[in-house]
Design a protein around this ligand. Structure first.
Ligand SMILES: NC(=O)CC[C@H](N)C(=O)O
Length: 255
């Protein structure tokens, strides 16, 4: 079983490393013909407008759409989520091409700029019930999008309760937004599991791939998502990952 990672720009190397840690053949995809023979595809985070331009330049859109239509699993993280969405707001002037297929409305930069990037311990009960382990995962949000609404065949796997006064681009009255979903053969997360050592999202996706997933619902996804009432305890902001602390420590030492 080989899984492709769209390798036009963004965090494709990190996804490939996670797949290899799980013993899966990972293939970099830059051209339409490289999709042949793959059982699943990851579209990484990065910058969705740039990624769309590069995909267009490499004539990838028809082959990517065909890949999704054939029922093969596709997982989009962050920019990859925007790519998969049927509807996107907050896009750059002139718009951007979307792959589509995922029945949701996404705001491209909901949480703001790079300076508004953050990490949280995010409640992920549906993931934990399938993969075991903690009922939260460390979620890294970098210039992250958010999902405002989803169609009836979409399972919501995680929600983010907005902190009071949290700076957002749109929808200031919202109490929570959706940050992880699954619809048939499509999985999407607004955050970056590939930047943490928790491999459960990759393992979750690989189960979709090995099941040749076409339309399964996530057992129990409905009604077990965290509510805003869980916020103080379960959604506390966490500090930078140790790797970031070390990097700043070394750069201070060298000055
Ligand atoms: N980390 C990310 O992938 C950020 C995505 C970014 N908001 C975009 O427009 O593509």
């Amino acid at each position: 079983m080989a899984v492709g990672v769209l390798a036009l720009q963004g965090s494709f190397n990190e996804h490939i490393a996670c797949l290899r840690k799980l013993g899966v053949d990972a293939v970099e995809v830059r051209k339409p013909e490289q999709l042949a023979g793959l059982s699943g595809l990851i579209i990484p985070g990065g910058e969705s407008t740039t990624m769309a331009k590069l995909a267009e330049k490499n004539k990838l859109f028809p082959a990517l759409r065909e890949f999704g239509r054939s029922g093969k699993p596709i997982w989009g993280t962050c920019a990859g989520l925007i790519f998969l969405a049927d509807r996107a707001s907050g896009v750059k002037a002139g718009g951007q091409e979307l792959l589509g297929g995922l029945d949701c409305s996404v705001h491209r930069n909901f949480f703001g700029s790079q300076l508004n990037s953050f990490e949280v311990e995010l409640p992920v009960p549906a993931l934990a019930s399938q993969e075991g382990g903690s009922t939260t995962c460390r979620a890294v949000f970098i210039r992250a999008p958010a999902i405002f609404d989803v169609g009836p065949s979409v399972d919501v796997l995680a929600e983010y309760p907005l902190a009071p006064g949290q700076a957002v681009e749109e929808g200031g009255s919202k109490k929570k937004v959706i940050v992880a979903v699954k619809q048939n053969n499509m999985l999407a997360t607004a955050f970056h599991p590939e930047l943490t050592s928790d491999l459960r999202w990759h393992s979750f996706f690989l189960k979709m791939v090995s099941n040749g997933e076409k339309g399964a619902r996530v057992p129990g996804a409905e009604g077990i998502v965290a509510t805003p009432a869980d916020l103080p305890q379960s959604l506390s902001q966490v500090g930078d990952m140790p790797v970031f602390k070390e990097a700043s420590y070394f750069s201070l030492e060298q000055q």
